[in-house]
Write a protein that binds this ligand. Structure first.
Ligand code: TMP
Length: 211
């Protein structure tokens, strides 16, 4: 398995409350055990500039933020993250695990926000050196399960209406239909079961890719 994970760019994504943090930690451990160095980052964030942009994006006081401003700030944080962190980590042979990426902008701003997935991808093509990771894993979860996991104060994005978040979920599933390098995992189960399913699907995908 070692060779398969070297210099691979893998994204975990999904609606708020889908369990990304737990699954990222488990996946990182699995890949490290396979003998590969792993770098993990969160999008937006993980650079000094990116964390400042993240704070602006998630501050509930910024309720006047225009949809396009929102979209461009996510893209700006990502451009910085690629240059400062992801590109060098991949060049060093590390496996890079990202918490969210362009798939989130497609689902949130593109599908739920109404800008359109096509337009988001156009802007991404013009803004980023790399739009698509080697593999994107979408953790699919229904709204009730997601809410039950989010036992904390909501940020600006989380405070958006239930209908918006239903559409975010639908947006992720729509995106997965459009691309073969996106796999969907049912994330409603217990963490260990979800992890095993992620590993099963990753192995299947990597084997298929080599065939
Ligand atoms: P996080 O809390 O999972 O790190 O994500 C921050 C919030 O930003 C979350 O509600 C999802 C949202 N988001 C977008 O709306 N568009 C994006 O492109 C990204 C990366 C995140």
């Amino acid at each position: 398995m070692k060779k398969k994970f070297e210099s691979k760019f893998i994204v975990l994504d999904g609606p708020d409350g889908c369990g990304k943090s737990t699954q990222t930690a488990k996946l990182v451990e699995y890949i490290k055990n396979a003998g590969v160095e792993v770098s993990t980052f969160r999008d937006p964030g993980s650079t000094t500039i990116g964390e400042k942009i993240r704070a602006i994006l998630l501050d509930p006081e910024n309720n006047l933020m225009d949809d396009r401003t929102e979209l461009l700030l996510y893209m700006a944080s990502r451009a910085q993250l690629w240059r400062e962190k992801i590109e060098p980590a991949l060049a060093a042979g590390n496996c890079v695990i990202l918490d969210r990426w362009v798939s989130s902008t497609c689902a949130y701003q593109g599908f739920a926000g109404g800008i359109g997935i096509g337009k988001v991808l156009d802007i991404a093509e013009h803004s980023l050196e790399r739009v698509w990771p080697d593999l994107t894993i979408i953790l699919d979860v229904n709204l009730a399960t997601a809410k039950a996991r989010m036992n904390r104060e909501y940020d600006r994005m989380e405070q958006k209406a239930a209908e918006y978040h239903e559409n975010v979920r639908a947006g992720f599933l729509k995106l997965a239909e459009l691309r073969k390098d996106i796999i969907v995992v049912d994330a409603g189960d217990a963490a260990e079961k979800v992890h095993n399913e992620i590993i099963r699907k990753i192995k299947k995908y990597l084997v298929k890719r080599e065939a």
